[in-house]
Design a protein around this ligand. Structure first.
Ligand code: LLP
Length: 419
């Protein structure tokens, strides 16, 4: 459930009419709903009510906006981060260092030191090489890094290839066949307290079966590690739960996910860590855009909007579907190609899409844009960075300024020898 609904024929975010935001902030602009973020956090928490010890760490990569992190931190969420940049955001939003988990295959020495100094709760080590380096960095400083070993369970998540992470040939984690041996080696090093294992097999999962398969493999590994004398107190189950992008699409509900997790892990006797991103933020945001013009096509007309692939990359990158609808629909429908202004054919949001009839100047939204939207923006075609707004009841605030192309140009230098 989200809070983007029509009141008197005009789409609102909570109680704020979207045309008001467009008039005051301009377009394109991401609009987030605080009530929706809070509701999704609650639903996820309630789904896991029967898991006794847990940390729900929001995947910051899905929406790193400071105001969004502040809202979710106040819901008791921790943070799953994959860079020092994300860690600093989580800390700036007031999330306690102990609730921060650091994942990622390429943590640099400088990043590991910064995270050690910040006192984060857990490092998810992705390789033997990384574990050895982290242990040395911590030991040199007289510190102990709390760690889990990320396992690659060799399970096909059945999602888009570019966002699958748990197959044997993906770059993430250590092969499950070598996990026991690598765990034994790293657990003996000074500087680390290797206390658990972690897994994340992919994103936008439409089926719980691959998750259950991965968790079952992890459970067997926990038993084997304990059998070898290791103490396992933490297991990180990652994120991955999919969300509906299409009207009427049915995906496993958080409650079904929670029931499966509760059943599979009931005898583990560990603190479980979860790293949800999309399921919290996805449907809590829309990308608000204005139609620049409608151009005749050989077949369908092109609805050219002022948002482009630099603002919302998912359709161009993954062929992803984002529902598109008018902010003030008049009842008529059209079939159109929905495109941005960028100079490549990849800048296409949809071909032959049936949608509300639109003319130049009309406002429209791409839905389910709260996760992996603004955070993946670029300034391609010198378009600047898109603005972000957070709505709360009948008020709203700009929570990320639009960064104009000129400001980006100001950061560039022409060397004297070219002058
Ligand atoms: N934990 C780890 C270690 C991850 O790599 C990810 C996502 C998550 C948690 C959160 O997964 P979620 O609950 O959001 O599915 N840009 C792509 C998605 C990439 C996901 C990367 N990792 C997209 O737009 O679909």
């Amino acid at each position: 459930m989200d809070h983007f609904t029509y009141l008197d024929g005009v789409m609102h975010a909570e109680n704020v009419p979207l045309p008001r935001i467009a008039a005051e902030v301009g377009t394109p602009v991401y609009v987030y709903s605080r009530a929706t973020l809070e509701r999704h956090a609650q639903v996820f928490r309630e789904a896991l009510a029967d898991v006794p010890d847990k940390l729900i760490a929001f995947a910051v990569k899905s929406n790193p906006n400071l105001a969004v992190l502040k809202v979710l931190g106040a819901q008791g969420m921790g943070a799953d981060v994959v860079s020092v940049g994300e860690m600093r955001r989580a800390l700036a939003a007031g999330i306690a260092p102990g609730k921060i988990v650091f994942s990622g295959v390429g943590k640099t020495a400088a990043e590991m030191v910064a995270a050690l100094e910040a006192g984060i709760g857990q490092f998810n080590i992705e390789s033997e090489e990384e574990g050895i380096e982290l242990a040395a960095l911590a030991a040199e400083r007289g510190m102990t890094a709390q760690c889990a070993l990320r396992i690659n369970p060799d399970v096909d998540a059945g999602t888009h290839d570019k966002i699958s992470t748990g197959k044997a040939d993906n770059k993430f984690g250590v092969p499950i066949s070598e996990a026991g041996q690598i765990f034994g080696k790293l657990a003996g090093l000074p500087g680390v307290n290797l206390r658990g294992v972690a897994v994340h097999i992919g994103s936008q999962l439409a089926d719980l079966a691959p998750l259950e398969a991965a968790f079952a493999k992890l459970g067997a590994l926990v038993t084997a590690l304990r059998g070898a004398g290791h103490t396992i107190s933490h297991v990180d189950l990652g994120g991955g739960l999919g969300v509906p992008y299409r009207v009427g699409e049915v995906l496993p509900a958080p409650a079904e996910y929670g029931a499966m997790v509760t059943r599979v892990t009931k005898d583990w006797g560990v603190t479980l860590i979860f790293e949800p991103g999309r399921v919290i933020a996805g449907n809590a945001g829309v990308l608000l855009t204005r139609v620049v013009r409608v151009k005749r096509g050989i077949n369908d007309p092109f609805v050219i909007v002022d948002a482009a692939m630099n603002d919302l990359a998912r359709p161009a990158l993954y062929g992803a579907y984002h529902h598109f609808e008018a902010v003030e629909p008049k009842g008529a429908r059209m079939t159109a190609n929905i495109v941005g202004p960028i100079c490549e054919t990849g800048d296409t949001f949809a071909m032959g899409r049936e949608c509300d009839a639109l003319v130049a100047g009309d406002l429209a939204v791409f839905r389910t844009a709260g996760a992996y939207g603004a955070t993946m923006a670029s300034s391609y075609n010198s378009r600047g960075f898109v603005a972000e707004v957070l709505v709360d009841g009948d008020r709203f605030a700009v929570v990320a300024d639009r960064i104009e192309a000129g400001a980006i140009m100001d950061a560039e230098r022409v060397p004297e020898w070219l002058a």
